[in-house]
Design a binder for this molecule. Sequence first.
Ligand code: KG4
Ligand code: ZN
Length: 331
Amino acid sequence: MITLGIETSCDETAVAIFDSDKGLIGESVFSQIDLHSEYGGVIPELASRDHCKKIIQIYKHALGAIDPGEIDYVAYTAGPGLLGALLIGENFAQGLALSLNKPLIPVNHLEAHLMAPFLDEEKVEFPFLTLLVSGGHSLIIDVKGLNQYEILGQSRDDAVGEAFDKVAKLIGLGYPGGPEIERVAQSGDPMAFNFPQPMLHSSDYDFSFSGLKTAVLYAVQDIGEINSQTQADIAASFQHAATEVLIKKITKALEDTGRESIVLAGGVAANKLLRNKISLLKSKLNVDVLYPPLSHCTDNAAMIAYLGSMKVNEATFSLASHAKPRWPLGS
Ligand code: KG4
Ligand code: ZN
């Protein structure tokens, strides 16, 4: 059974093909980073136009030598994301499904991130806890089964990826900020600045990152002119504080629920310090730790095709629109 996946929810145009026997057999991703970097963030109108421009060539590239007639299902990201961008993916998916006379599977982007770590595994082993950290979300989810998600904790303000992006901007780094912070932090001292680790000791599993961001802002204002060493020190100290909070909260959730495996997902899961710290939990708490390869942490269509293949019972020939900018997990 072959499922084609399409992702256009934000600034990546991506198509992938998942074969339930062979795994991922085709994939192509185009990142619009260069297009948006001069604005320091994603400009929705530009994103939509560029998805329009690139999607056919990305589709052909992902397909390679595969005959489109072999495709059984067309899965696509229906939300959450930028509405204009989602509609490009949806329209393309509908046109393709119509021409191939195959059903559509609209999928949730967050749910796809959540399953991405299992793409290279034989099967998904439920239950597990997920730390889903991206530009729009910071969630701790108890995944009891497919479609059975309990959100244990979430950010009360900024998502952690958003905090990485904003802090990068404050210290004069480019967009997206996560990889930039990670890069310059390598030559910085994580103890140089004692940034707060908000909600570290609260009794719930929630996060808050806006106070940490504000602490960086005050530090930057105090310093005045930032040289490259202070930039590196701030990046390293911020990265240390942000990852500590994530680790402490997921540790607490693991201990309280007794779950035996943890999955790290979303764009921030590409962060090496976070990956290393999560890996330490393996021996410390005797749990399994799983995270996707770097290419499947940030937005991609492999996770969409894969999730689609798990949801063939939701396939439909209806061409009604399912695109929605907001689509909370499990609703
Ligand atoms: O999952 P994703 O590609 O898009 C959303 O669905 O949001 O995540 C993008 C976020 C951005 O905020 C970006 O700065 C962050 O993931 N990110 C990172 C790293 N790579 C991407 N954050 C920290 N370290 C990284 N290496
Ligand atoms: Zn994403």
